[in-house]
Design a protein around this ligand. Structure first.
Ligand SMILES: CCCCCCCCCC(=O)SCCNC(=O)CCNC(=O)[C@H](O)C(C)(C)COP(=O)(O)OP(=O)(O)OC[C@H]1O[C@@H](n2cnc3c(N)ncnc32)[C@H](O)[C@@H]1OP(=O)(O)O
Length: 427
């Protein structure tokens, strides 16, 4: 009998946001097998997925054609092995901390289609390692410590000038580089900007200063590698309302992508010139629910102040002041906060001021944490500022579909809205 061969095509090494397919041959015709994938992150946390398959009449499997029969995903799901990864320890979230190293995914095929979820799977038939990196060929990673700015700039290969972007994370804080590094792989000069919880920046979300974002924007706009004529700002969650504020109060922003964001300045006052530009939309902590069925996860969805409340209009970002184009991405099952309502409110406000409507992409079954494609869906995870697990929502498969569609539109939206040539890089 020929040995079983397991491989990843078109390449066993690729950038994290690129699709692949897993192929197996040398199985017996119509053989039932289990495909397992395992990834260990930089902290040593293990994430795994598992699904049952049956080979075709020639003993082959191709995940772009063969349906998974059950397990952590089902149906034809070429990337299910990745987006269905689940943490072994509770409330962990797969979040790339060091983009200079790839993730290594160990894939194995074992005999027997009943072993899914059991500790004793069938005998190993074949295995392979698959690497998914974050820095494309020729992309340069440049730490930025200019003035107050704490950031990392990713420059595509070549001289440029490239369309420029500022990338803002959410209440996780720190300096998260994974989205910017992938965006540089699509031809953008992308700067991941920390704004708290990193080096000498404030440790927590006490107050933010518009001047800090202005300094970062000016720095990016003045780089010879960045094309003149307007940059983009991409933000997720808390970073998304800051993106709206940056575009509304500062010149030179042509495009904003709000990922699961609020239309009001959330929680932390935004200061400018020593006074408060926007107070923070607050939370009513007595309305926090503890989801005992989910093991004590906190459900915050009902505890945010309502940005439609007339007394809170001072918190709402005056986006009609911005000259940027807007793209809002919302998960309809966002259980962190009502991002659908927030996007609708932003659209209503633009309309009231006679401005063009924003583009709103709304994804059924998607949760709050909309990441670049193939990041595993995370329904709930530990929040280090809160010190407890929080509910994010979404179901794995629709969330995965949303991430793919959203990413594709983010790239095309930024290409349409920002000046400059863009070229995709290879790993
Ligand atoms: C006051 C804020 C109110 C928030 C309202 C929610 C609004 C949400 C708006 C948003 O912006 S959501 C989008 C972005 N937000 C997030 O992703 C928040 C969740 N993420 C995090 O809290 C951190 O990024 C994460 C814990 C996932 C990773 O942080 P680190 O890279 O610093 O990881 P690390 O693994 O070292 O964990 C930090 C600490 O948490 C601890 N930890 C992590 N996972 C844990 C777990 N599962 N159980 C217990 N502890 C855990 C870990 O032990 C460690 O403790 P120590 O600092 O004492 O060493």
């Amino acid at each position: 009998m020929s040995p079983v061969n397991l491989r990843v095509e078109p390449d066993s090494k690729c950038l994290f946001d690129r699709p692949v397919t897993v192929k197996v041959d040398g199985l017996a015709p119509r053989q039932l097998v289990t495909l397992r994938a395992t990834l260990t992150d930089e902290k040593g946390d293990i994430f795994s997925s598992s699904a049952r398959y049956q080979s075709d009449g020639k003993g082959r499997l191709d995940l772009s054609e063969s349906p998974a029969l059950g397990g952590d995903y089902s149906g034809v799901q070429p990337m299910g092995f990745l987006w269905a990864l689940k943490p072994q320890s509770p409330w962990r979230r797969l979040m790339k901390r060091d983009v200079t190293t790839p993730y290594k995914v160990d894939i194995e095929v074992r005999s027997g289609g009943e072993a899914v979820g059991k500790d004793t799977p069938g005998p190993l038939l074949a295995s392979c390692a698959h690497e998914r990196g974050f820095i494309g060929q020729g992309v340069r990673r440049v730490p930025v410590r200019e003035g107050r700015i704490r950031a990392t700039l990713f420059l595509p290969p070549g001289e440029g000038p490239f369309p420029g972007l500022v990338d803002l994370g959410g209440t996780a804080g720190g300096l998260l580089e994974y989205r910017s590094s992938l965006l540089a792989g699509h031809g953008f000069a992308a700067m991941a900007l920390a704004y708290f919880g990193f080096e000498d920046l404030p440790e927590r979300m006490w107050e933010f200063h518009l001047e800090y974002f202005e300094e970062a924007l000016r720095y990016l706009q003045a780089l010879p590698q960045v094309r003149r004529g307007g940059v983009g700002v991409v933000g997720i969650s808390k970073g998304a309302d800051l993106a709206l504020s940056v575009a509304s109060f500062l010149p030179g922003v042509s495009a904003v992508v709000s990922v699961a964001g609020c239309n009001a300045n959330f929680m932390t006052p935004l200061q400018c010139g020593g006074s408060t530009l926007l107070p923070g939309l607050g939370m009513c902590l007595e309305r926090v629910r503890v989801d005992e069925a989910l093991g004590g996860v906190l459900d915050l969805s009902d505890c945010y102040e309502d940005p439609r409340d007339p007394s809170l209009q001072g918190c709402v970002v005056p986006i009609e002041r911005a000259s940027a184009r807007f793209l809002f991405l919302v998960g309809e099952d966002d259980q962190n906060w009502p991002s659908t309502l927030y996007a609708a409110e932003a659209a209503r406000r633009l309309g009231t001021h006679g401005r063009a409507p924003p583009e709103v992409m709304s994804f059924p079954g998607a949760g709050h944490l909309l990441e670049p494609p193939y990041f595993p869906h995370c329904h709930a995870s530990f929040h280090k500022l809160v010190g407890a697990p929080l509910l994010w929502g979404g179901q794995p498969q629709p969330h995965a579909v949303a991430q793919e569609q959203a990413w594709s539109r983010v790239l095309s939206f930024l290409k349409e809205s920002l000046p400059g040539e863009v070229a995709r890089s290879r790993l």
